[in-house]
Every structure is written in C-alpha cells, then in structure tokens.
Design a protein around this ligand. Sequence first.
Ligand code: GLU
Ligand code: ZN
Length: 320
Amino acid sequence: MSSSPPPPVGRLAPSPTGLLHLGHARSFLLAWWHSRARGGRILLRIEDLDAGRVRPGLTRELLADLAWLGLDWDGEPLVQSRDTAALRAAADELLLRGLAYPCTCSRRDVELAASAPHPEDGETRYPGTCRGRYASVAAAERESGRPAGVRFRVPDGKVLWRDELRGLSRHDPAREVGDFLVARRDGAYAYQLAVVVDDARQGVTEVLRGDDLAPSTARQLLLQRALGLPHPRWLHVPLVVDEDGRRLAKRHGDVALASLRAEGTDPRAVVAWAARTAGQSAPDRLTPAELLPRFDLARLPLSPVPLAAATLAQLRAARP
Ligand code: GLU
Ligand code: ZN
C-alpha cells in the first residue's frame, strides 16, 4: 500500500487592528495558493486578542476583503478572543513547570531598566528583573500591589530553524528580546503564545507569512518545544514596500483593500499583480483559483516587492 503524505494545512491569520492592504493580500494569496495547489486545506483565524488595538468593525472588513479577493477557507474561522481556555492552560502549565514566571514590571519599568532598545526592530530587551522574584502570580500581585503578567524564561543561546524558502535561519531570542510575555498584565494572552497554541489546536502544518515575523519564529519554536507541540513548516515571504523601501503600513491609506473595493477596482487585477510579483506567469486579470494548476512557489523572488506609484495607480484604475 502506498501512503502519500497527508495534505498540508495552511492558515490565514489576520488581526483586526488595521485595514488589510496590498501587502497582506499578497501574503494571503501566497499562503492560499501554496496550500490549495497541493490539495491542502486553508484555515482562517482572527487574531483579536489585543483588545487595546482591535477596532470594532474591522473583522467584518477583513472578511469582506478576503471574499472580494476570491479567497475561501475551510470550516468556521477561529476567533481567538472567543475561547482563551487553551491559552490559559498553556500559560498555567509553563508557570507550574517553572518555564515561566510572574512579572509585575510596567512597560516603562522595562524601558528604564534595559540598556537600549534593540536597534533593528525597536524591541526592548527584558533584563530579567522578575526572574526568581515571586513564588506565584498571587504572591507577585500581593507583594507588588500591581497586576502581574507572565514571562517565558528564554534559554540562552542561538535558535536554529529551517525556513522552507530561505534555508537555515538563526536568531538569538535571549539577546534580542530576553524573557518575553506570554500573558500581559492587562490579562490578555500574548501573540507568541496564542499563535503556538492555536496553530497546534487547529492542526496547522504550514505557516506562510510575511518575513517581518521571522524573528518571532525562534520564540515560537522555543514555546512549542516547552509545551511539547509540533513545529509546523515555516515559509517567510518578502514584504511589499513603498518607493522609499518602507514596508506598507497604515500611513499608506490608499493601499487598503477596503479603499480599492469601495472604488470599484477589479480584484482580479490585484490577484494578477500578486501572482506576477511572485514570479508566476499570469494574464493581467486572474482569479486565485485560475492560478492553481500552474502555481510554483519555487519561482518566488526572495527580495522585497516595491510597489511603484504608477503600479498602484494602474491597479486602482482597473475596472471589471
Ligand atoms: N496576526 C498576525 C499579524 O497580522 C500574523 C500572525 C502569524 O501569521 O503568525 O501580523
Ligand atoms: Zn518584571
């Protein structure tokens, strides 16, 4: 009996903290193509745990954006904020096993204690102030009179992991960020923990996302190891940048998919742009499904994708 490998399970994991833009569209299309082209599943997860940054109504917008692009997904979306029991269990397990500890430092405490913000990504390294300081979360809160968060105890040393696109990658979380939060002082579970727990419980086997998250992968690998969870395959794709080489962000309001939708842009022009900038041969209008028979991720260029003003103008003017 021949056994073929089980079909891959990919995912789209948008956060309703800002409007999705052309860069998100390209990463999501790539994740969708990469999974679907091999008969795989694609799941949707709404990453809405950061209550301070989540904006009402944006989940509806992003669902409309995905549908507009022609992307579908399998099953019901997992909305992270609706069920945090698994996150609580994971944080408790780390605490119980001494792999995490309570921290009562405010953001300002951390900034004052740290030598300098990490130059590359503006992250501040946590200097370990509360390591070994408190016996339990309850004791931490009682003794400090403040709410406590929970930090993962990052082992010293470099973390090596394999990116399916870029090969061997190495990061040094102990030096880059130090012990990082898995639960925040406001009670919200942190992104790093949520990704790891939810990828595992959704059965995700492939994580294809923007390469701004590559340094997070080492942290997620450490958490997976600590919690005994499987490692997915990782693929980090280059970001879309503006003419000055800066990654697309909220300040580029005109690249929001919601604006293009409202203007009546043909989404097939956006899909064709995403395909061509990913090295695929494509006509100038395309649905995601039309590319499936010939999608080849090996053709993806591994450098940032500049979005010239002229290209953006052309996309915006495309009418069905
Ligand atoms: N929700 C995250 C974001 O929008 C992506 C998480 C991930 O792909 O791991 O930046
Ligand atoms: Zn602390």
